[in-house]
Ligand binder design. Sequence first.
Ligand code: GDP
Ligand code: MG
Length: 739
Amino acid sequence: MKPSTEYLIALAGNPNCGKTTLFNAITGARQHVGNYPGITVEKKEGFHLFDGYKLRLVDLPGTYSLTAYSMEELVARDFLVHERPQLVINIVDASNLERNLYLTLQLLELGIPVVLALNMIDAAANRGIEIDVEELSKRLQISVVPTVARSGQGKETLIRTAAELAESAPPWKPLHISYGADIDPVLDQMEADIKSAQFLTDLYPARWVALKYLEADEQMLQKGKSVNAVLSARLEAVAQGVDDHLQKTLETYPEAIIADHRYGFIAALLKGGVVRNKQQSDRLYFSDQLDVVLTNRFFGPLLMLIIIYLVYKFTFDYSTVPVSWFEAGFGALADLMDSLLPPGLIKSLVVSGIINGVGSVFSFVPLIMFMFFAIAFLEDTGYLARVAYMLDRVFRTFGLHGSSVMAYIVSGGIAGGCAVPGVMATRTLRSPRERLATLLTAPFMNCGAKLPVFAMLIAAFFPARHAQMMFLLTLLSWAVALFMARIIRWTILRGPSTPFLLELPPYRMPTVKGLLIHTWERTWQYIRKAGTIILALSVLFWALMTFPRLPESEQQLFEARRQQLSSLIPQDTHNESPEDQSADGGNPVQERLREIEQEEALATLKNSYAGRIGMAIEGLSLWCGFEWRTNVALLAGFAAKELIISTLGTAYSIGQSDQEQEVTLSERLRNDSHWNRLNAFSLIVFIMLYAPCLATITCIAKEAGKLKWAIFSICFNTLVAFVFAVMIYQGGRWLGLGG
Ligand code: GDP
Ligand code: MG
């Protein structure tokens, strides 16, 4: 038979609910992919012939909501109101019903006819979740069809149900939800005004328009202004009044109350056995009990601080010994190479460029491993999600969002993360402004590459205070990040905040295997990076620090001084091995020789490309207490933070005599006259805050979609770092510290 009637059906659902799988199962090969006009959001269309009808299906972008927070949500919403499909097939993940129904409610509030596809019932059943389909359908007053999109189960029923509903062509019938005593009366009044003025009602239900004004939905406000500026301004004023009132009475804002009531509605909908969780009920009960304590308003944050402190204690107390083995190992290797290779460029490259460079990064593998283990433990138990939950309130006051917490933590908020996945983790943020503010401030966190630098400087200048210092640095990084986020959200990224949607997974006892795998995965990333990128960049910076060579004339000058000295050495001592000499306190002539060698090395570094840049900015950097050799290391840190420590290592190992080769960098810095606690601390803070590494910059450019933000990030962070370092150093000197 020939299809005579065509029905347009939209597929809507959260990301990952199985929408595409279902779409493919229904349309088979009869589909094509394009873009929505003018934007890059993908539009997939296909059709299915059923009983004389042609069902035209459009796969909408996955969204959690219909508010204009993101491009996807706007596209989905505009499609529904402008294209007016006969109905929406709303696909929900049955194992995560509560969250998925949030979108369903909004579809129902819009009034469009909905068929609910209760997808992934197989996965839900595996997790012990049982859903009373009939009861759910009765309470929602829509058809509910259980499906397994992957196997096609329930597909026939779903198509038939949808076709029947389309055929009966029901009118749009918006669902009314109560939003409580503060909002309901205002909402009613606004609705009446909108109706009588026929304000946007050709496309949207009146109550829906009113809600959008309360939610300060930008697209709606703009549309409203262009249609009826007077009424639009009046509605905005009413909404502002509600906002002010809620701020004063409940310290919250309309969107949050609206979200709360929607969740309340859903919770009530699912009560009384609509969703039963057989396997997990005991565990859920236990989790709830545990949450009473762990997320308690007072004890929660306190406990959180204690736990974070314990993570550092664990990491630093237990990793010191293996780290020292690694350091000793690399020291011995450097010694060996030093004695095997003839003096010259090759020796310098192998010892200073490769072994000291990569070695100083590798030595921290045990520390990184312990840290990752502790973090994996917090993550796998479900505790990290609680941290995000507790910090949501704090984050809001700084113009961020509860989901920003995860981005911070992944970037190294507790320590030992990486800003690259951190920046990518901001994808879960729906508001572009909150997202940008998060991804611009996440690099302030103490990532795994900054840790070794801190550890080295702490060991040199604040020994036996590892955990305390790390704790302090963590607090400092959060404080600066939040403070800067607030400033950014007050200035270049002004705008409202969005409500928080994060569920608390039940607590779990992590398996040892799981913990070890997670720890190893991250440690291996670190090792691989050290072995490849860091090795390459380390050699590159060695070259920058070695070339151009000193002019021939100067080299000869040093050589002449050496020869002159050597001729003074009596024949018998000259043949003694260096160990013997150091044992009896050193021979004065040998001492002089070593000094000359150091002078030459220093002259070489000064003359090198890196040295010249370091010197050129020394005038500025001395404000923070950094001499030019530190500048060279910071320069290398632009490429990768790991290079800071290896470059410092090279800069301070060049020209050290044989006996001192195995002295650790920490000891060397401690004994250097340019260094003291004050500029060490100033340096730590500078490194914590200054420009993100190249990988992060690239990622910021990609995620923010504009190069401008990457450049902004480099300049802004470096400026912030400079200001803080100057404050610390100059303030400290004023107080008479350091020196
Ligand atoms: P979309 O983001 O909503 O388009 O989701 P996809 O269609 O890409 O599906 C996400 C994942 O869920 C894929 O790995 C699917 O194979 C899987 N999936 C989809 N439907 C089901 C289902 O009914 N049961 C199970 N167990 N997995 C499913
Ligand atoms: Mg998809």
